[in-house]
Structure formats: structure tokens, C-alpha cells
Design a binder for this molecule. Structure first.
Ligand code: ZN
Length: 595
């Protein structure tokens, strides 16, 4: 019985159970499941976690301490495994530190069946499942580098829809979502992976901001926790700054808010991930949920990180912008902080600040015709404070212009000159895409500059992606390169053909050599797998004994003859080293020389 496997045997299997870079706990266990030859997922659960149903959830693990004990801590502590090898730290910064600690203990020592409900996932429109995700380029590289495609933890974090390394849209697995297979073990090669978004959408969107911020949440050190009240105030102050909320009453211009929100959803093709956002009802419901958080009299907090990702995409240009704004606390000076438990909304503090010497200077400057934002800058106060001081003196706030204000127009033109997408520019300026097009076509020379800048960006991205493929697979044929990224190939073929053809012509070596190399690669992968399986069977049959190359050579046909060419077989070399790592210290000189 697998459940009767002793600790000693698991420790002997340890070289085969080492982490791959950035691998998830679920991935390592799935690899173990396939190498072990167990017939049912329950056998692997029992061997690793001590119970037939334990540990196979790919998002919220359980009984991690049992795995740690059975591997004598070789994989790290339970805490390290949960914090570094699962997506869960994504949720922790939005909950009080003691609560997160409680979950950590529960998952380490047993299970936490109510954790998803306590995180508010079950009740949220975003759902409680975390579909497995994989990058097609990482899969290829892992297959050739490690002999197996595995699940990367950074791809699994909610809100991450692209691979940050290869800038490719992630593929989404339909397995493990519900039904009986949710108890199974699976690796990317066996999963039913579907493309999550069109390349065209991908190039136009701003997925990097979402992915960057989601990963930043995931990486925040323990025991950091956001103050939900501070976040709500930060969002409101930004809305005031962007003139989406009124500077005195804090009331939100719902039409502008919804337009901006829609811009973010469209630019990031978020309806692909959350189809309910495509309906008017879904959009309204999200808008209402966000606006409730900045309600002037009874704001509500939200502890769902995805809701905060929406805010960041709505209001900030980068994670860094958001993070410095959150930490500099400047926005708090705009409001009286309501005592804990009191539900009255924030009230503008600057309004009654008649003693501040800057106030008279600022009011004077605005009266003499200076713009509010310029006067605010010169006085060293925020625009929101400047507006409230001016309003107190009876100076009407500038009405939102029917045409673009000169400041916004200058900003918009700068962004368009850099080749920014029209949808994003429209969202940032709070105007329609049609208005952006009008500016593009009416400002002399701007349309040509915009097209040129967009071309350069696409060219840089496409050439970069192509170079990475060529470098990663130097001996593959150009048609193989093309298959690895058809969209990049198509773009280069249409727009940058001379460069593309040169890169293919100037490949590092002739094709005949490449074919030979490919044969070695295939041979290497097959031999390495044979070595791993032989080692596994031998360790199970001889717990605690030392493995030697001689023993492996007796079983793996043709291996002995290949040892003289081991330099050409890196995967086999690695598999041999792993298999014999217990005995290497005392290994014979000849064995050391070979490896
Ligand atoms: Zn990747």
C-alpha cells in the first residue's frame, strides 16, 4: 500500500523531488505522481501527505507539514513552501496579519476548508476557482532544459494573464476546475490548455500593469497588511485629482467613472477572463461595488485583491506610482481620519485651514488667473487641497470643458507621440476614443508620429521575442522557430522582412550539424528519462542503500557506451548526478572523472 510507504523511502526519492525554478507545490507533487508510477491520485496523496484526499488541491494545499516531515525538511519549511510555492500570499496583504498566520498554521498542520469562504472568494463574482495557467514558451524551454514542462507559481497568481518573461498570453487549463478531476495530479503537457486572448488584443492592452501589480501583492513581505481605510481614501483623493469625484462633496461623476472603467476592461480584454463583465448588468455591478468603497458618507472596505487591481488600473500608471502614493500618506492630510468603528465618511480637512499661510497666496494666485494645478504646485499643496481652498473663497471650480482643456490636450499629445494605444489614451484623458482620433487627425504631424512610434514599439517587441526563440533553440529549423510564435513571425514577415530573413540566414551553424545536434537532444531526453525511472525503482527496492553508475548502466541499455560522450548529454548527466548524489562523496575516482 502506498500509504504504508515509510519515511526512509521518501527520503531516498528526494533527489528526484527537488524544486525546479519557480515551481508550484502542486507541480512538484504532480511530477512525483508521474515518476512514481502510482495508478491513482490517492496513492500519491497518501504517500506525500498521509491521507488519500489530502494535498491535491492545486490552489489551497493541506497537510504540508507531513510532506516536510517525510522529506526531512529538504524541500523547506511548511511556511516557506506555502509562501513561495503557492498563490495564497496574493490574498494575505488584505487581511489582518494574525488572520493570515492562522490560515498558514491551518494549511500546514491540517486543512482549511473554509479559507476560500473566509477570503470572500465564494461570494465574489470573480469566483473561487483558480484555473491552472502556463506560458507556451516557458513550456518549450522547460521541456528542453529540464525534460518536463511544469507549473510556474508566478503564472498562477490571479490577475496575471501574461508571462512576464516572454510577454506571451498565458494558456488556461480547463482541468482541475470542478468535477472528479479536481482531485487529480496533472502537468501542463497533459492539461487541456486553451488560449485566453487574441494576440491582437494582447498587443493593444496594458496587461503588464495588472500582472505587475498582482505579482507585487503576491511578493509583499509578511506580515505586511494594507489598511483598507487608507486605500479607500487614496482612491478617493485620486478620483478628485482626476476630476471624476467632486472636490468638495466627493460625489462621483458616475458616467465618467463608468467610461473609465469600461476603458480599462476593454483595453485589457478582461471579459475573456470574467465573461460576466461583458453584460451591462455585470459592469454596473462592478462599478457599484467600486464606488461604494469611496462613498462620501458610508464607504465600504473590500478585501478582494482583484478589486484593488481594478483601482490601480483605473488610477495609476504603474505599481510604483500606486505604492509610493500609498506610502507617502499625503492624501491622508486631506481628510480627518474617522476613528475606528465610526462609519462617517471622510471630510475635507483643508477647507477650514484658514491659518495656513500658503492658503492666502494660493487664493491670490488663482484670482489673478493662474490655473489651480499651477498654483497648487507653486504652493506645495495637492490639487485637491488647492481646489477646496479656492472653493471656500467662492472661486468657482473650473467646469469640465466641452472641448479638451489645454493641459489635458498637451498630456494626451505627449502620450500619443509615444505611440500609446488609443483606448488607453482615451481612458487616461477621460474622453471617448473618437475624441482621441479627432486629436490624432487634427494636430499637424501627430498621426504620422503616432504610427511611427507604434511601429517602433511593435518592431522592438517582435525582434526581441524572435531573438529569444533563436537563442533558445539555436539548432532548430526556421520553420520550428516560426511555429513557436506564429504571430511574431507573421508580423516580422509583413513588416520587417529583410531583418527576419537576415536573422535566419545568419544562423550560427549549418543545418546538417543542427540535425545531428537534434539527434543528440532526443537521445539525451530518452536516456535521462530511463535513468530517472531506473533510479526510482532501485531506490524503492533498496531503501537507504547507495546507488552507483554501474548499477544504472546494467539496466539502461546503451548507457555505458554513451558515457564517453556525456558532455553532449546534459540531461542524462544531471539525472545520473541526482540518482547517485547520496553516494557521490564516496564515489570512485573513475566515477567522478566520468561525470
Ligand atoms: Zn514564459
Amino acid at each position: 500500500m502506498a500509504s504504508a510507504v515509510s519515511m526512509g523511502e521518501l527520503v531516498a526519492l528526494r533527489p528526484l523531488l527537488d524544486w525546479l525554478p519557480g515551481e508550484t507545490l502542486f507541480s512538484l507533487c504532480s511530477r512525483y505522481h508521474f515518476i512514481s508510477g502510482h495508478r491513482t491520485p490517492a496513492q500519491t496523496c497518501a504517500t506525500l501527505f498521509g491521507s488519500h484526499r489530502a494535498g491535491s488541491a492545486h490552489d489551497v494545499p493541506s497537510h504540508v507539514q507531513t510532506l516536510v516531515d517525510r522529506t526531512h525538511g529538504a524541500l523547506g519549511t511548511a511556511r516557506e513552501i506555502i509562501l513561495e510555492r503557492t498563490l495564497l500570499p496574493f490574498y494575505f496583504p488584505f487581511h489582518p496579519a494574525p488572520k493570515s498566520e492562522h490560515w498558514l498554521t491551518q494549511i500546514a498542520t491540517g486543512s482549511s476548508p473554509v479559507m476560500k469562504a473566509q477570503l470572500g472568494l465564494a461570494a465574489s463574482q470573480f469566483g473561487a476557482s483558480h484555473p491552472l495557467k502556463a506560458c507556451p514558451v516557458c513550456m518549450q524551454l522547460d521541456q528542453s532544459g529540464y525534460g518536463v514542462a511544469y507549473w510556474h507559481v508566478e503564472h498562477q497568481v490571479p490577475g496575471v494573464h501574461i508571462c512576464q518573461v516572454h510577454r506571451k498570453p498565458l494558456l488556461v487549463a480547463t482541468d482541475k476546475v470542478s468535477g472528479r478531476d479536481r482531485f487529480g495530479w496533472i502537468l501542463p503537457q497533459q492539461a487541456r490548455l486553451q488560449s485566453s486572448m487574441d494576440e491582437e488584443f494582447f498587443w493593444n492592452g496594458d496587461h503588464h500593469l495588472l500582472a505587475e501589480s498582482a505579482l507585487a501583492f503576491w511578493r509583499l513581505p509578511r506580515p505586511f497588511a494594507f489598511s483598507p481605510e487608507k486605500l479607500d481614501k487614496l482612491y478617493l483623493s485620486e478620483l478628485v485629482r482626476l476630476e471624476i469625484a467632486h472636490h468638495v462633496t466627493s460625489r462621483i461623476d458616475q458616467i465618467r467613472f463608468d467610461q473609465t472603467l469600461y476603458g480599462v476592461i476593454a483595453a485589457n480584454s478582461l471579459t475573456k477572463f470574467w465573461p460576466w463583465l461583458a453584460s451591462t448588468k455585470g459592469l454596473r455591478s462592478l462599478s457599484a461595488r467600486l464606488r461604494r468603497m469611496v462613498h462620501p458618507t458610508s464607504p465600504r472596505i473590500s478585501r478582494h485583491p482583484l478589486i484593488h487591481l481594478f483601482w490601480i488600473a483605473l488610477l495609476f500608471d504603474s505599481w510604483q506610482d500606486f505604492w509610493s502614493a500609498y506610502n507617502n500618506n499625503e492624501y491622508l492630510s486631506l481628510y480627518d481620519i474617522a476613528p475606528a468603528g465610526k462609519t462617517t465618511g471622510p471630510t475635507m480637512k483643508g477647507v477650514g485651514d484658514s491659518g495656513d499661510p500658503r492658503r492666502a497666496r494660493l487664493v491670490e494666485a488663482v484670482r489673478s488667473g493662474q490655473s489651480i494645478s499651477m498654483a497648487a504646485k507653486q504652493s506645495g499643496v495637492t490639487v485637491a487641497t488647492a481646489m477646496s481652498w479656492a472653493a471656500r473663497e467662492g472661486i468657482a471650480s473650473p467646469r469640465r470643458p466641452k472641448v479638451l482643456s489645454p493641459d489635458v490636450r498637451v498630456q494626451l499629445i505627449k502620450q500619443l507621440q509615444r505611440g500609446i494605444d488609443k483606448t488607453i489614451a482615451a481612458s487616461a484623458a477621460g474622453i471617448s476614443v473618437e475624441s482621441v482620433t479627432r486629436v490624432l487627425l487634427t494636430e499637424p504631424g501627430l498621426h504620422a508620429q503616432w504610427r511611427e512610434a507604434r511601429f517602433s514599439r511593435m518592431q522592438e517587441q517582435s525582434r526581441g521575442s524572435w531573438r529569444k526563440i533563436v537563442e533558445a533553440f539555436p539548432t532548430s529549423s526556421s520553420s520550428d522557430w516560426r511555429k513557436l510564435d506564429p504571430a511574431v513571425y507573421a508580423w516580422l514577415y509583413r513588416n520587417d522582412r529583410t531583418w527576419l530573413q537576415t536573422s535566419i540566414r545568419e544562423r550560427s551553424e549549418p543545418l546538417a550539424v543542427a540535425t545531428q545536434r537534434r539527434d543528440w537532444k532526443t537521445r539525451d531526453a530518452v536516456l535521462a528519462q530511463a535513468v530517472r525511472l531506473t533510479a526510482l525503482e532501485w531506490h524503492v527496492a533498496h531503501p537507504g542503500k547507495r546507488m552507483t553508475i554501474g548499477i544504472i548502466c546494467e539496466t539502461v541499455g546503451g548507457l555505458r557506451q554513451k558515457l564517453s560522450a556525456i558532455a553532449k548529454l546534459p540531461l542524462t548527466r544531471m539525472a545520473l548526478l541526482n540518482a547517485c548524489s547520496h553516494s557521490l562523496a564516496k564515489a570512485s575516482t573513475s566515477q567522478k572523472t566520468v561525470l
